[in-house]
Design a protein around this ligand. Structure first.
Ligand SMILES: NC(=O)c1ccc[n+]([C@@H]2O[C@H](COP(=O)([O-])OP(=O)(O)OC[C@H]3O[C@@H](n4cnc5c(N)ncnc54)[C@H](O)[C@@H]3O)[C@@H](O)[C@H]2O)c1
Length: 247
């Protein structure tokens, strides 16, 4: 129960890594609000876990790329919850392609959803954390934002940007008791990576010292650590969760 009595907000919480983050926070005592484009199939399960311990699991439909709408949603969540202690900026997409074939739309969509949305949401939520002098923000970046990847110029730029955003925000809010960190997962088994064929998976495994693709639970456990008081002296860091890839 590492986050007992805390309230979290997770974006992209309906499936994949976001789903495991929501489950892990709920199972460790937090109430969780999550924002996604669609409710997905997880809400009933979340509410069942929350009900057992007198916590809450609340879904808010929203597009993190829509500044006006997402700002209003975050303000509503702050009012309903009485304050957010843990913010996980997790929603993200890929629109892969070689740079000379990439459309400006694919570039802009990835930058807006993966990077600019963290600015929109953190602006509202971190202001309230500062006032309450408590909070942990966790931005879900990627190893690709550190080492690059052919065919992912838009994605790697968004994740490298998220790492820079994390370090600058960490410096802005540290004096008010708020911590801001990023995680950089490697290849994790989710919908985002399921289109890889067996040959591509073998090639990937060959680059990973631990010799396997990661599971969403292994990412969620690091988020739990950063969200909890176990990480009380950790801020402005990028934690790699890659099985050793890119070390
Ligand atoms: N899977 C990996 O290997 C991997 C590796 C490194 C980083 N990541 C990052 O982890 C995060 C989660 O990825 P995942 O693999 O679980 O992906 P996923 O596609 O399975 O889940 C992403 C979730 O974000 C939601 N989402 C997408 N656009 C949104 C928007 N505009 N507004 C609100 N919600 C939106 C989706 O509906 C979905 O529920 C992403 O930021 C991704 O870049 C994933």
């Amino acid at each position: 129960m590492l986050v007992q009595g805390k309230t979290a907000l997770v974006t992209g919480g309906s499936r994949g890594i976001g789903r495991e983050i929501v489950l892990t926070l709920l199972n460790n005592g937090a109430s969780v609000y999550y924002i996604d484009l669609a409710e997905g199939e997880s809400l009933a399960e979340y509410q069942e876990i929350a009900a057992k311990h007198g916590q809450k699991a609340v879904f808010k439909q929203g597009n993190v790329a829509d500044e006006a709408a997402i700002t209003a949603t975050c303000e509503q969540i702050l009012e309903e919850s009485g304050g957010i202690d843990i913010l996980v900026n997790n929603a993200g997409i890929t629109r892969d392609g070689l740079v000379f074939r990439m459309t400006a739309k694919d570039w802009n969509d990835v930058l807006t959803i993966n990077l600019t949305s963290a600015f929109y949401i953190s602006k509202v939520i971190s202001r309230s954390m500062i006032k309450r002098r408590v909070g942990s923000v966790i931005n879900v970046a990627s190893i690709v934002g550190v080492i690059g990847n052919g065919g992912q110029t838009n994605y790697s730029a968004s994740k490298a940007g998220l790492i820079g955003f994390t370090k600058s925000l960490a410096r802005e809010v540290a004096g008010r008791g708020v911590r801001v960190n990023a995680i950089a997962p490697g290849f994790i088994n989710t919908k985002m990576t399921e289109q890889l064929n067996e040959e591509q998976r073998d090639a990937l495994r060959a680059q990973i010292p631990l010799g396997r693709i990661g599971e969403p639970e292994e990412v969620a456990k690091v988020v739990l650590f950063l969200a909890s008081d176990l990480a009380s002296y950790v801020t402005g860091q990028v934690v790699h969760i890659t099985g050793g890839m890119g070390m």
